[in-house]
Design a protein around this ligand. Structure first.
Ligand code: GYE
Length: 344
């Protein structure tokens, strides 16, 4: 009997010890968790949260642009970047913006795939009082107050530069009065870069009635699609003097198709190839003698957008529209030296 009582007593003590042990551990756990929460709260409140909806990864230009944004909006620089790749689809961009609003980010940065179709979602961002900065291509909205600022290139001017270069080049070759047969591989239809570049060239063509644009087809800014489009052009038209590619990657695809068809391009070739962006590989194509001209389009927008955000943080006024200064490069220049000094 005595032994039974003693055993009962011992197990009671054991149970009590276990309970207090558990309580202590739970309390400890709670306090660790609380500490973690405080640290997390402190760090997240210190960071500026930026939701960036990127078009996709269709070109070298886009890759350079994404890298520039990631570099500028790094944790070391005081940002928490939520990067969303929309794979060239507007519906994915709209979904991403709605997620950013739900996550209550401090700023939304949008590189819009096309110009139209943004009114409703930007209205939602405005109602949530989240400033929206547009980068690269533009948005076409009925109410300008739906975004705070835009930074990017003057795509219409890029079109003018390309056409003026061609006029000058043909002049130097003594071909000013010759009938010039042209085709265009366009970018993503409805994107500012496509609209501006196409319109710039179309406007300038009015001064050159002997330039015949036989056909324009979209290549979606990708090398693969452009190769297919160029193959079609080469089958369709026996005489092509100029192919305008609305970005460098399309030019790379077009050059491949020209070579596969047994023709040549570049300053000493059958077909003049003109493109836009001036990415590093375009310099290689010009140095190799395959590409004639690349009109510069600068993708390094990260620091520019960061500057806008820093100004907004300190309640400074920001310019609504900021164009980037740009140049052009052709095979008459010292391309190796120029290429070595470039960042993309
Ligand atoms: O030219 C092209 C990219 O919008 C300026 O998009 C940008 C264009 C650029 O895919 O390479």
């Amino acid at each position: 009997m005595k032994g039974q009582v003693w055993g009962y007593f011992c197990s009671m003590v054991l149970v009590l010890l276990m309970i207090t042990g558990c309580l202590a551990t739970d309390r400890e756990k709670d306090s660790i968790q609380n500490d973690e929460e405080t640290v997390q709260e402190q760090t997240t409140t210190d960071f500026i949260t930026v939701g960036f909806s990127q078009v996709g990864a269709e070109s070298d230009w886009r890759t350079a642009n994404s890298e520039s944004m990631k570099e500028a909006f790094s944790e070391e620089n005081g940002y928490e970047l939520i990067f969303d790749d929309a794979q060239q689809k507007q519906e994915n961009q709209i979904r991403a913006i709605r997620n950013f609003i739900e996550q209550e980010v401090d700023y939304i940065v949008l590189a819009p795939v096309t110009e139209t179709g943004w009114d409703s979602v930007l209205q939602e961002a405005k109602e949530a009082e989240i400033p929206v900065i547009i980068v690269d291509r533009m948005v076409n909205v009925s109410d300008e107050s739906l975004y705070t600022a835009w930074v990017g290139s003057d795509f219409l001017k890029e079109g003018y530069v390309a056409a003026d270069w061609l006029a000058d080049y043909l002049d130097r070759k003594g071909r000013t009065d010759e009938t010039i047969y042209m085709v265009t591989i366009q970018g993503t239809m409805g994107s500012s870069a496509q609209i501006g570049r196409t319109n710039g060239i179309t406007e300038r063509m009015k001064d050159h009635p002997n330039w015949i644009m036989m056909e324009r087809i979209a290549g979606d800014y990708t090398e693969a699609k452009a190769r297919e489009v160029m193959e079609y052009f080469l089958e369709q038209y026996s005489e092509i003097d100029v192919v305008i590619c609305e970005n460098d990657n399309e030019a790379f695809g077009a050059i491949d198709a020209i070579k596969a068809a047994g023709k040549t391009s570049g300053p000493n070739g059958d077909i003049i190839v003109i493109s836009f962006d001036a990415v590093s590989a375009a310099f290689d194509a010009m140095i190799a003698g395959d590409l004639n001209l690349s009109v510069e389009c600068n993708p390094l927008h990260g620091p520019r957008v960061a500057e806008i955000i820093q100004k907004l943080e300190s309640n400074e006024v920001v310019e609504k529209t900021q164009y980037v200064m740009e140049d052009y490069f052709d095979t008459t220049m010292n391309l190796i030296d120029i290429k070595n000094n470039r960042l993309y």
